[in-house]
Design a protein around this ligand. Structure first.
Ligand SMILES: Cc1cc2nc3c(=O)[nH]c(=O)nc-3n(C[C@H](O)[C@H](O)[C@H](O)COP(=O)(O)O)c2cc1C
Length: 195
């Protein structure tokens, strides 16, 4: 059975390098599994996490939906920009909210526990978002995810894609293919939902 894999980009920006990299990864994943989908964080708008808000109003519906969707996966690919050497606030806030969800429809859930996670980043800079991925790796591991050692850092991202949004550099494409292959293999082998 195909592993179920979700792709999330950590930027909402029109023309985002990370959204383009996520789209390229999704195309490569679709060649390997029939069960790949994309979650757009624009469809899960969440306020900045505030424990008083959670105590007063409970969890927002968007947080529960996000957690439920993540919990249903064998694998997750996060493609995120680096902001000031750390995780994109959009993605960190979404993860923080999802990590607060303990039950969905009365069923106990741990959205990130034993989830196979692949990481990628694109940046106009020379490090390709490497430091952001180090921070993101620690976040995911703290939640019990199995984060793959292989990762992609795409430097000089403004010049990395052609007009059809495909990667132009063979090395970058190979690196993404290796990550996608590892995510597919490990999601199938360790998959939480794959028999
Ligand atoms: C507040 C802020 C901080 C940033 N910090 C970093 C950084 O530490 N490292 C880096 O490579 N790029 C940094 N950038 C540049 C982003 O990588 C760049 O804006 C990128 O295009 C954002 O991703 P996107 O194209 O997917 O929207 C920063 C940008 C902003 C607005």
């Amino acid at each position: 059975m195909s592993p179920r894999i979700l792709v999330i980009a950590g930027s909402l920006r029109a023309g985002s390098h990370n959204r383009r990299l996520a789209a390229e990864a999704t195309r490569l994943l679709a060649q390997r599994t029939t069960d790949v989908s994309v979650l757009d964080l624009a469809d899960h708008a969440l306020p900045i996490f505030d424990a008083d808000m959670e105590a007063a109003d409970g969890l927002p519906a968007a947080a529960i939906q996000l957690a439920e969707r993540i919990e249903a996966q064998d694998g997750l690919l996060l493609v995120s920009p680096e902001y000031n050497a750390s995780v994109s606030p959009l993605l960190k806030n979404a993860i923080d909210w999802a990590s607060r969800v303990r039950k969905v429809k009365g069923r106990p859930v741990q959205p990130f526990k034993d989830l196979v996670v692949g990481l990628a980043a694109a940046s106009p800079g020379r490090l390709g978002g490497l430091r952001g991925l180090q921070a993101l790796r620690a976040v995911c591991q703290s939640l019990g995810a199995e984060v793959l050692t292989a990762q992609v850092t795409l430097a000089d991202a403004g010049n990395a894609f052609d007009e059809d949004d495909h990667l132009t550099d063979d090395h970058a494409r190979l690196s993404l293919e290796r990550l996608v292959e590892a995510l597919h293999e490990h999601s199938q082998a360790l998959g939480r939902h794959t028999p």
